[in-house]
Write a protein that binds this ligand. Structure first.
Ligand SMILES: *Cc1c(COP(=O)(O)O)cnc(C)c1O
Ligand SMILES: [Zn+2]
Length: 443
C-alpha cells in the first residue's frame, strides 16, 4: 500500500498559476489554455508556484512523497490543476520517473572530466524521457474528463502517450512525420493508438495535429504547446539533484529539438533552488545537430528568439525546424550561464557507439548528440577535470532503425573452431593446453 498522491496541498491549487513566458500574463492553473491567447498562441505557459505555501526552506522529506518511487514523489510541484484524481489513476498503472543515474567513470576518464553521470531515461516504460510529460498530460486529461488524447511526435512522445493512455483506458491518436523509424511506429500502434504517418516533416505534423485537436475536440499533448509537458519533464532535474544528495552538478548536458527537455530541466532546477534544496544552478548545455540548428543559431547570434531553420539531421528526435520551445530554451541556457553546441551527424552516430562501449548505455542517435558534444567542449575548455557533469540519456537505442543493422557483429558457424579462427581475446594462461573439441563437449 502506498499513500495516495495528495492534491497539490491543503490549500487546493491557489498557490499555482500559469504565466506566459512572453507577456507575463497570469492565468488560473485550472484553466486549460495550452498557450497564451494574448500572444496569439506563441507564448508558452510556465507554472508559477508560491513556494512558501508548500514549505520552502524545509527539508525535502517534509515536502516530497519519499516513499513514492516515481515522478509523483514531486507531486506538490506539479500542475495538478483539476484536483489530482487523474494522477492517482495513472500513477501506479504506468510508473514513470525515478530512473537510475549511472556513474560513468571510464568515460569520464577518457574524456577528461572530473565526474560524469548518465541519467538514464531509457528506464522509463516506453524507453524514453517523454513518459514524464505524457503521464502528467494523461493525468490532466483524466481530471478534465477527456476521453481522447492526441499528439504530434517524432516517435517517442507518441509511444509514451500511447502507452500511458493504454494503461488507463484513454483513446489515443498520434501523428508522426514520414520517415519515422519503423520500430517506433510499431511500438505506438501495438499500444493500440491510431497512428497517422503524415506526408510531411515534424513541423508540418505539429501543425496538422494541432488543427485536428481543435477540429475534433481532443485533449492535445503537443510538446511545449501543452504546458504539462515541460512541468512533467522537470522531474528529471529534481531527480538528478536528489540522486546527487541534493547537490547541483556543474553542468547538465541534453539534446535539443523543440527545446522542451531543456526548459523542463531548467524548471526543475529553479524549483529545487527556490525550495532551498540546492544552493546554486548548474550550467545547462543544450546540443543540437548541426543539420537542424535553429536554437543553436539563435544562441550564436545572441538573439532572444528562435527563427525557423532548415532541418535535415538523421537523428529524428531532434530533427526540428521550428522549435516549439525555442524562446524558453534560450532563456534557460542564458540564465544558467550555459551554452548551446552543435554536432555533425557523423559525430552523433559515432557517439552512439563509443557511449555504449564505454559506459554501457545504449542511446538513440538524438540522445547521443549530447555525448557527441563532450570531446569538443573539453577541448575548448568549457568542461574539464574539475567538473561534475550529468549527461541525459533521453531515449533507448533499441528503437532506432540505423542501429538495428547488427552493428559490427560477425556471423559465425556453430563451431568452436570457427570462433577460434576469428582470433579471440585469450583470458587463459598462455601456456595452458586447450582442446577445442573437448571444451565444446563440456559446455
Ligand atoms: C524528444 C527527444 C529529444 C529532444 O527533446 P526536445 O524537447 O524536443 O528538445 C531528444 N532525444 C530524444 C530521445 C527525444 O525523444
Ligand atoms: Zn502572452
Amino acid at each position: 500500500m502506498t499513500p495516495p498522491v495528495p492534491a497539490a496541498g491543503a490549500a487546493g491549487t491557489d498557490h499555482l498559476r500559469w504565466q506566459c513566458s512572453r507577456c507575463a500574463a497570469f492565468s488560473p492553473v485550472g484553466d486549460l489554455r495550452y498557450a497564451c491567447t494574448r500572444c496569439r498562441w506563441s507564448g508558452r505557459l510556465t507554472l508559477v508556484i508560491d513556494y512558501e505555501r508548500i514549505g520552502a526552506g524545509r527539508p525535502p522529506a517534509d515536502v516530497l512523497l519519499t516513499d513514492e518511487h516515481s515522478l509523483w514523489r514531486y507531486a506538490r510541484l506539479l500542475p495538478l490543476g483539476a484536483g489530482g484524481g487523474g494522477a492517482r489513476r495513472v500513477r501506479s498503472r504506468y510508473v514513470a520517473g525515478w530512473t537510475p543515474m549511472h556513474r560513468a567513470d571510464r568515460l569520464a576518464h577518457r574524456l577528461g572530466l572530473g565526474r560524469l553521470w548518465i541519467k538514464d531515461e531509457a528506464g522509463n516504460p516506453s524507453g524514453a524521457l517523454k513518459d514524464r510529460a505524457s503521464v502528467v498530460a494523461v493525468a490532466d486529461a483524466l481530471d478534465r474528463g477527456r476521453n481522447v488524447i492526441a499528439t504530434a511526435s517524432s516517435g517517442n512522445a507518441g509511444a509514451a502517450l500511447a502507452g500511458a493512455a493504454a494503461a488507463v483506458g484513454l483513446r489515443c491518436v498520434v501523428f508522426v512525420p514520414r520517415g519515422t523509424p519503423p520500430a517506433k511506429v510499431t511500438q505506438i500502434s501495438r499500444y493500440g493508438a491510431r497512428v497517422l504517418v503524415v506526408d510531411g516533416d515534424y513541423d508540418a505534423t505539429v501543425r496538422l495535429s494541432t488543427a485536428a485537436c481543435r477540429r475534433w475536440g481532443w485533449y492535445c499533448r503537443n510538446t511545449a504547446y501543452n504546458p504539462c509537458t515541460a512541468e512533467g519533464k522537470k522531474t528529471a532535474a529534481l531527480e538528478i539533484v536528489e540522486q546527487l544528495g541534493w547537490s547541483a552538478p556543474d553542468a547538465v548536458v541534453a539534446p535539443v529539438g523543440d527545446g522542451n527537455i531543456l526548459v523542463g530541466l531548467y524548471r526543475g532546477l529553479c524549483d529545487a533552488r527556490a525550495m532551498g534544496w540546492i544552493d546554486r544552478m548548474p550550467r545547462l548545455i543544450g546540443v543540437q545537430a548541426a543539420a537542424s540548428p535553429a536554437v543553436h543559431r539563435a544562441w550564436a547570434r545572441g538573439a532572444a528568439d528562435v527563427r525557423p531553420a532548415p532541418a535535415g539531421t538523421r537523428a529524428e528526435s531532434i530533427n526540428v525546424g521550428e522549435p516549439q520551445d525555442g524562446f524558453r530554451a534560450l532563456a534557460a541556457v542564458r540564465n544558467t550561464a550555459g551554452l548551446m553546441a552543435a554536432v555533425e551527424d557523423e559525430e552523433i552516430f559515432a557517439a552512439v557507439d563509443w557511449l555504449a562501449a564505454e559506459s554501457g548505455v545504449y542511446a538513440e542517435p538524438a540522445s547521443a548528440a549530447g555525448a557527441a558534444a563532450l570531446p569538443a567542449l573539453v577541448a575548448r575548455g568549457e568542461l574539464g577535470s574539475a567538473d561534475h557533469v550529468v549527461l541525459l540519456n533521453t531515449g533507448s537505442g533499441l528503437k532506432t532503425a540505423p542501429s538495428a543493422n547488427g552493428g559490427s557483429a560477425i556471423p559465425v558457424a556453430a563451431d568452436l573452431h570457427a570462433v577460434a579462427a576469428l582470433g579471440m581475446p585469450d583470458a587463459l594462461d598462455a601456456d595452458s593446453e586447450v582442446d577445442l573439441d573437448e571444451l565444446e563437449q563440456q559446455w
